[in-house]
Ligand binder design. Structure first.
Ligand code: IMP
Ligand code: MG
Length: 180
């Protein structure tokens, strides 16, 4: 297909993702029993994972979104974050699950976790679909990890390259020529 010609290979299939996300949802259900966690999706990448994850959590949850930017179109983080869209609900006293598509350097989640705790959140845990531990710069604790992946640039399941490929059902590795 023309629109996927820059895809090198599938790294994680749709089936693997859904099996793992179901397990994560069941774990979160156990861990938050009797609580009403607020799931905060980090836009844009986390929207697909958030939609799947929250449907596997059997609790009275709430959902809100934040958008920050740490990448400017390319494949490298710039090390600081800028707030683009903030929460529309109060996080005071809430048990928050920050939901990310991928943790790379950890700069984004480290900053957001600190911010939400400063604002009076009761607790902040982190759930991510993917993690590239080998690239971590910030020693932030990730409570729920879907898949550890190697240091390759991936797209699909919400993740983009220059706003493209978010819609892919599998997590795929981009051809090197696409990243130039
Ligand atoms: P961090 O602050 O370096 O952990 O960057 C996290 C953000 O970088 C994620 O939310 C993604 O938007 C983006 N990112 C990191 N690695 C990839 C990748 O392999 N593909 C697509 N986006 C990525
Ligand atoms: Mg992104």
């Amino acid at each position: 297909m023309e629109h996927t010609r820059l895809i090198e290979r599938v790294l994680i299939t749709e089936e693997q993702l859904s099996t793992r996300v179901k397990q994560m949802g069941e774990q979160i259900t156990k861990d938050y029993l009797g609580k009403q966690p607020l799931f905060v999706g980090i836009l844009k990448g986390a929207w697909m994972f958030l939609a799947d994850l929250t449907r596997y959590v059997d609790l009275n949850t709430e959902v809100d979104f934040m958008q920050v930017s740490s990448y400017f179109g390319g494949t490298e983080s710039v090390g600081t974050i800028t707030m683009i869209k903030d929460l529309t609900t109060s996080c005071k006293g809430k048990d928050i699950v920050l939901v990310e598509d991928i943790v790379d350097t950890g700069v984004t989640l480290d900053s957001l976790k600190t911010l939400l705790l400063e604002r009076g959140a009761h607790s902040v845990k982190i759930a991510t679909a993917l993690s590239k531990s080998s690239r971590r710069q910030k020693n932030v604790v990730i409570d729920y990890i879907g898949f550890e992946i190697p240091d390759e640039f991936v797209v699909g399941y919400g993740l983009d390259f220059d706003e493209k490929y978010r819609y892919l059902r599998d997590v795929c590795v981009l051809k090197e020529e696409a990243c130039k």
